[in-house]
Design a protein around this ligand. Structure first.
Ligand code: PGA
Ligand code: ZN
Length: 423
């Protein structure tokens, strides 16, 4: 038996960054034992792969013992004997074993953890870095899109827009970008504390501050102040990005945002205005998850000068992505492996994006862990962008720190697209 042969896949329940249970998978061969942890969203899209939760008395119903059992009792016997370096075959075997099309039998949390662990084990056994295992000649480090003001489901304020990000893309390297973004984060902390008091620097799920703002413009204005106070120019070194996660404030044809009720036509105009007032380089889920037409309308209006990203709209799903491409909705996809359930399928969705001129932003979830697989996926795809929250809270910085190591390891071969990753 080769040392690449899977001997067992084990699993256990561990905790995520929000104190909820999640699935850790452990892929074993005669030579290695490798673990990986699935993340978990809060503002999950309706069309995501199913995250299997026990729904019993433990952990308020959020236990994942069923998913853990599925790894031990169903996935393990199926993958036993397979070559761990052949991730596509492993992922295809899990998709076939599940048989439902949305991982509702095995659980997308179970399959994501196994797919991550198998990817890592394959890299270790081949003696190469994970990003090289996933993308043979990968050298491009991503721009960190840092969510420094948290709203929506990730915070306790009235701010309806979920994420206000800084995008330090006007600098020459990943490490410089991370430094500039982190300096702006610290500057923002000072600006908020001074103007709104110490309560305003409490942080939300993704490490961004959660001040008592009521409107989007309040958040954008304070970001401009913080960028300038840190010694940078908005629209030069540092741009802004937003994830509206609009399904969360949409109901029956009406968006309730910034103290107003808006129709889909009105909300499209609202974003067009924001894009003229601020150096906004990327806007994610501006409309609800079925709003392909509205997304197409917004793309026609501003898509020539900024990125429009589908998260809940596309859910990293090749089928939904194709629908988006056909209707010219958006020009970028957010990539979250647990939305589709395997690394291979997520990377296939990314390939479809590249074939059709769509950008890809690799993303964490609001519930995360010490696992850093997404950092390597971003480098492997050479997509040039990642979002992993603020430069605070270890589950967020773990990804950025992994990217620092990759950059150092690549040395003079490391590349950085900066603003070019967007436009
Ligand atoms: P989620 O948020 O992980 O709670 O879905 C992240 C996002 O919407 O991009
Ligand atoms: Zn999103």
């Amino acid at each position: 038996m080769s040392e690449l042969t899977i001997t067992r896949v084990w699993s256990r329940e561990v905790l995520d960054s929000r104190g909820n249970p999640t699935v850790e998978a452990q892929v074993e061969t005669d030579a290695v034992l490798v673990t990986a942890i699935a993340p978990s969203g809060a503002s999950t899209g309706t069309f995501e792969a199913l995250e299997l939760r026990d729904g019993d008395a433990r952990y308020g119903g959020k236990g994942v013992q069923k998913a853990v059992r599925n790894v031990r009792e169903l996935i393990s016997p199926r993958l036993k004997g397979m070559d761990v370096s052949d991730l596509k075959a492993i992922d295809a075997a899990m998709i076939e074993l599940d048989g439902t099309g949305n991982m509702s039998r095995l659980g997308g949390n179970a399959t994501t953890a196994v797919s991550y662990a198998a990817a890592k084990a394959g890299a270790i056994l081949k003696g190469i870095e994970l990003h090289e295992h996933l993308g043979s000649s990968s050298k491009v480090l991503p721009v960190p899109c840092m969510n420094v003001i948290n709203g929506g489901k990730h915070a306790g304020s009235n701010l309806k827009i979920q994420e206000f990000m800084i995008v330090p893309c006007g600098v020459p390297s990943f490490s410089e970008s991370l430094r500039v973004g982190t300096e702006v984060y610290q500057s923002l902390k000072g600006v908020l504390k001074k103007s709104m008091g110490p309560m305003s620097i409490n942080v939300g799920d993704e490490g961004g501050f959660a001040p008592a703002f009521d409107t989007s413009r309040q958040a954008m204005d304070v970001l401009l102040k913080a960028i300038e106070a840190a010694g940078y120019a908005p629209g030069k070194e540092v741009y802004l990005a937003m994830d509206a996660a609009a399904s969360e404030f949409y109901s029956k044809g009406v968006y309730e945002l910034d103290g107003r009720k808006m129709s889909s036509g009105e909300i499209v105009d609202f974003y067009v205005s924001l894009s003229k007032e601020y150096p906004l380089i990327s806007l994610e889920d501006p409309v609800q998850e079925e709003g392909f037409q509205d997304m197409a309308e917004l793309t026609a209006k501003v898509g020539g000068r900024m990125q429009l990203v589908g998260d809940d709209l596309f859910v990293t799903n090749p089928q939904r992505l194709r629908k988006g491409i056909d209707s010219k909705a958006g020009n970028a996809m957010l990539l979250k492996v647990n939305q589709i359930g395997t690394v291979s399928e997520a990377m296939r969705a990314a390939e479809i994006c590249f074939d059709h001129g769509y950008n890809v932003m690799v993303s964490h979830r609001s519930g995360e862990s010490e696992d850093t697989t997404i950092a390597d996926i971003a480098v492997a795809l050479e997509c040039g962008q990642i979002k992993s929250g603020a430069p605070a809270r270890t589950e967020r910085t773990a990804k950025y720190n992994r990217l620092l190591r990759i950059e150092e390891n690549l040395g003079s071969k490391a590349k950085f697209k900066g603003r070019g990753a967007f436009f």
